[in-house]
Design a protein around this ligand. Structure first.
Ligand SMILES: Nc1nc2c(c(=O)[nH]1)N=C([C@H](O)[C@H](O)COP(=O)(O)OP(=O)(O)OP(=O)(O)O)CN2
Length: 161
């Protein structure tokens, strides 16, 4: 019988508090609000010489660094078709139709995604985690699943295979 191994990382400190707003249903744009997001990952692959899929510590530290970069920030999508972002050194101005929000530049994270849904945040985090693991360990999983929870049980996932 074929055997497969994987690791799953879900820690109380893999959390970030951030502001966002999304659009849905075509032209409905939420009011700005925040969430205490949780992040978890699952990585699949063969066992190494330590009988690990991947070292939990290296994985945890890599993911924590990505999560920390999102903590206490305003999350803004750079590829949204109608949320426009204009920025200078000090400020980011976001606009949607006749609404406008101005944020200190250093308090924003500009994400190259079209909407800050949990599904796309999971994709963004996963892409960065793959880069971090390649740099740190010269390793990539056979498959990976990243989950982001925005409201105590509302998880969006992205699977990489
Ligand atoms: N599949 C998805 N559905 C929705 C997402 C998402 O990312 N993926 N996101 C939202 C909104 O961000 C919305 O803010 C979440 O709604 P809600 O749970 O109502 O948020 P609140 O923080 O206001 O929670 P309350 O329980 O109402 O206080 C919608 N759908």
């Amino acid at each position: 019988m074929r055997k497969r191994h994987w690791v799953r990382l879900t820690k109380d400190h893999l959390v970030f508090s951030a502001g966002h707003f999304i659009t849905f249903g075509g032209n409905i744009c939420e009011r700005i609000h925040g969430h205490n997001y949780r992040v978890e990952v699952e990585l699949h692959g063969p066992l190494d010489e330590n009988h690990y899929v991947v070292d939990f510590i290296a994985l945890r530290d890599s993911l924590q660094a990505i999560v920390n970069g999102l903590d206490h920030r305003m999350l803004l999508p750079t590829r949204h078709p109608s949320i426009k972002l204009v920025m200078d050194e000090k400020e980011v101005t976001a606009s949607y139709e006749d609404r406008r929000w101005v944020f200190p530049r250093t308090e924003c994270v500009l994400l190259d995604i079209p909407n800050t849904t949990t599904e796309l945040l999971a994709e963004w985090i996963g892409e960065r985690l793959l880069v971090a693991l390649a740099e740190k360990l010269q390793w990539k999983p056979e498959a990976m699943k990243v989950g982001v929870d925005e409201n105590h049980g509302q998880w969006g996932y992205c699977e990489f295979s």
